[in-house]
Design a protein. Structure first.
Lengths: 358, 303
């Protein structure tokens, strides 16, 4: 029984969410926050495979998300909407729910292919030299997308809502929430299974000592290819989900700032801790969304106690001052992140009595 | 002729990259810390130059001529900017270093410091664009069809001067020897009677001072200030520093010029939207061929 409690609780929570959403108990804002939380979880945990478990320093993860977002959007536009650039709809709209997983898969594969751009140089370089290769890869991908005019160039690409509408016509359930939940769970399971498998133990082995790992018979080159490609594939899936949740993509949304956000989530949660990444992604999203309401409240509070001059209002820009400040403070008090490199079961050993963590 | 004109422009643009990249490489060489806040220190330098020069020129009580104002603004900007760099080191990096945090956590802290600087600037000063007052009377020299302003020559010579001075400090003085010693072995250093923290603070002061100078020159050449002007230039300068071989002063200098050269030449002959694409592809190819940069020593691992 203990083996299944975690799965059962997760499944019940997800079913509860989906039911609440389909009976309109959640307003669309909460729903969007929940979905972006899921996307952040995929993004952060996939980056954790490279930055945490493998100990590399990849600062260009946003680029792979960009590839996924654009490939997913273009495929979905080709298949389900008549567009003057990409031609008439290829498939009848009733097929949308069946084709959508394949669109996600294809965008993951495309992103994995771009992951090679980083994986191949990583055979010869490590550390900060690899870091700039990843930054350069991020810039190259964004610049590439902006220069292809047929997919909108720097204007961005929209129209993915039509695929979602097509799905809604088939059955009136919160499709995107379901896809995000499935994507999140599948990618977490993939990552967890990889790093706890015998084969995947090579990834932390590379982090600890690459030469020693190679001597012990880990094929480090292949391990790196697997890790980088899996990580960028999951980022690509996150990107495709992002594109369909918001219905609009722009290459600049995936620039170095997005990559920074991912890095913050990984290091906030703790390097090499999957549950840390999940927790950090949830906390970070909640923080960003909470400050949306927190800042006006703080503003009126500070005005009532007359700390601020009357003509000065705290704008939403302060959010991006407060969040980094909080993170700096957190780093001072807990320099190893929230979870360190342990999982939830390591931080709270008593949980093991009720759950097994796989 | 056009090529030579582009070449001169590339030299000026490269000087800015080089000035920032020198700061990156100095801090990296000593602490092996990527100080991602450095680009924003460059931006802070430009803003400090704006405030100092406006204050100097606005009040009639000083009665300064433009040239006097300029010669006062330069040292003041460098001084104040190095104070900013020192403060960052003091309140953000040093406590982490003391606690023995993982290197990458310090890097993340640096990133966050950069975000605080640029967004704090935007939040405090507002989005109104500021322009640096003219302090240098523009003179255009026309040498065989190539237009060169005195500012351009000044920028290029300043970069050269800073490079020579830094190279001298690092290779010839006692402080430079201490800096090289820190990067060699951080733990043996206190045993030799060298104050580690003083060396590190000195490094930050120098790096930020140079960034402040660069920011000021940038603001003089392109007079519109913007809180996010440092981040893009900063990232690119970091890449330039690594391509040159991070931790090596010659590498940073050369890498800055190389990046600027590729960028200007691409923008000259192709649509300018291709600039980033080509520049970074060239850099990626260089890194592929020389994985530790142009001047970087090969990475060796002890078994």
């Amino acid at each position: 029984m203990r083996r299944y409690t975690l799965n059962i609780i997760l499944a019940l929570a997800c079913i509860g969410l989906v039911l609440a959403a389909s009976y309109d108990k959640l307003d669309s804002y909460v729903l969007t926050v929940l979905m972006s939380m899921g996307i952040s979880i995929i993004f952060a945990s996939s980056l954790n495979l490279v930055n945490g478990y493998m100990g590399e320093f990849s600062c260009g993860h946003g680029g792979f998300m960009c590839v996924g977002a654009y490939v997913g959007s273009v495929l979905s536009l080709i298949c389900f909407s008549s567009n003057k650039m990409l031609g008439a709809a290829l498939l009848p709209p009733t097929l949308a729910p069946w084709v959508f997983p394949f669109i996600l898969l294809a965008s993951g594969l495309a992103a994995a292919f771009f992951g090679l751009l980083v994986a191949l140089p990583s055979f010869r370089t490590r550390g900060d030299y690899l870091a700039i290769i990843t930054i350069a890869a991020n810039y190259i991908i964004i610049s590439l997308v902006e220069n292809i005019d047929i997919i909108g160039g720097s204007r961005g690409l929209s129209g993915m809502k039509r695929t979602m509408n097509a799905m809604r016509d088939v059955a009136d359930i919160p499709w995107m929430l379901i896809w995000v939940i499935i994507g999140t769970l599948v990618s977490l399971m993939l990552l967890r299974r990889l790093v706890s498998s015998t084969y995947g133990k090579g990834v932390p082995a590379i982090a600890q000592n690459e030469v020693a790992a190679e001597i012990m018979g880990v094929n480090t080159d292949r391990m790196k290819i697997v890790a980088f490609m899996l990580s960028s594939a999951l980022a690509g899936v996150a990107g495709a989900l992002y594109a369909h949740v918001f219905g609009y993509v722009n290459a600049q949304a995936f620039n170095i700032l997005k990559s920074t956000e991912g890095m913050v989530m990984v290091y906030l949660g703790g390097m090499g801790s999957l549950s840390g990444s999940v927790l950090a992604a949830i906390l970070f999203t909640l923080l960003v969304e909470g400050l949306r309401f927190g800042i006006p409240a703080l503003d009126s509070l500070l005005h009532t106690v007359n700390v601020l001059p009357a003509d000065f209002t705290l704008s939403q820009i302060w959010k991006w001052v407060l969040i980094p400040l909080m993170l700096i403070l957190l780093m001072q008090f807990r320099p190893e992140g929230i979870m360190g490199n342990r999982e939830l079961s390591g931080v709270f050993p008593r949980l093991r009595r009720w759950f097994t963590f796989r | 002729m056009v090529i030579v004109q582009h070449f001169v422009n590339a030299l000026q643009w490269g000087s800015f990259y080089a000035l920032i990249a020198l700061g990156y490489t100095l801090v990296y060489g000593v602490l092996s810390l990527i100080n991602f806040a450095h680009g924003d220190i460059f931006m802070v330098g430009a803003y400090i130059a704006f405030f100092v020069s406006t204050a100097l020129l606005a009040s009639d009580s000083f009665g300064l001529s433009h040239f006097q104002a300029l010669s006062l603004t330069i040292p003041l900007t460098m001084l104040l900017t190095s104070c900013v760099g020192m403060t960052l080191e003091r309140i953000a990096y040093r406590p982490l270093r003391r606690k023995g945090a993982h290197r990458l956590y310090v890097v993340i802290t640096a990133l966050m410091c950069g975000l605080v600087l640029e967004n704090g600037n935007l939040a405090l000063l507002g989005a109104s664009r500021r322009t640096l007052p003219e302090m240098l009377d523009k003179v255009v020299y026309n040498i065989g069809g190539i237009a060169v302003t005195n500012l351009k020559i000044g920028v290029i010579f300043t970069a050269l001067l800073v490079f020579v001075a830094l190279q001298y400090i690092v290779t010839r003085t006692r402080m430079g020897m201490a800096m090289r010693a820190v990067s060699w072995d951080k733990f043996a250093l206190p045993l030799m009677g060298i104050a580690l923290d003083r060396v590190i603070v000195f490094t930050f002061v120098m790096g930020s001072g140079i960034a402040g100078l660069g920011g000021m020159l940038f603001a003089m050449s392109y007079p519109v200030l913007d809180p996010y002007m440092g981040s893009m230039v900063g990232w690119k300068a970091f890449i330039a520093a690594v391509v040159g071989g991070i931790g090596d002063i010659r590498g940073a200098f050369l890498g800055g010029f190389l990046l600027a050269f590729v960028e200007i030449m691409v923008a000259a002959f192709l649509p300018s939207t291709f600039r980033d694409l080509f520049a970074f592809t060239v850099l990626l190819l260089i890194m592929w061929q020389r994985p530790t940069g142009i001047f970087g020593a090969p990475q060796t691992t002890k078994i």
